[in-house]
Design a protein. Sequence first.
Length: 204
Amino acid sequence: MAIEEGLRSELSKQGVLTTTLQEIYNWGRRNSVWPMQFGLACCAIEMIATTMARHDLARFGAEVFRPSPRQADLIIVSGTVTKKMAPQVVRLYNQMAEPKYVIAMGACAISGGPFKQGYNVLKGIDRYIPVDVHIPGCPPRPEALIHAFMLLQRKIAGQPLTGANRPRHLDPEGAGEFPVPEFGEHDLVPPANRTGWRPPVVVR
Ligand code: SF4
């Protein structure tokens, strides 16, 4: 049950702090996101720079980049996703712990970027796994990744624990794993996960 803001403010003036289970739950999760130690191309250099002393992503609770998907709950897809790598990215996502999140970092990860017309490059990782935050740019600077991280924290903070709007990981019907594409004769099979991705409608 939500606490009325006026009452909460009045109580805090008297030294009584109030909260809800949902706020505590989301507060804990949003301040302890564990990213996976994983990068694909030049954007990964910016991601690495974000963790160094100058930008210090550790300030946001994402202190340690985990070397195993089993210990990570955030995958930052940083770089060009070639069709050769796409199955591996999906497999890593499937192996991550729930609740798990995806940041697609850079023009390549969100759309194929400068290699969009290449026969060997995926036109966006959201064709196979659900992306929470997209970061445009080639490459996005560390500040952009920090901004995306803060947006993700805001998203986690607002997630209801119950009801129709609850997130995928709390929905018994919600998928936690997605089909790993295979190498077909001419392209990846399937070319996209049709249950989670719809081609954009182009209005001319
Ligand atoms: S978006 Fe630009 S910087 Fe990032 S991986 Fe692609 S080409 Fe490299």
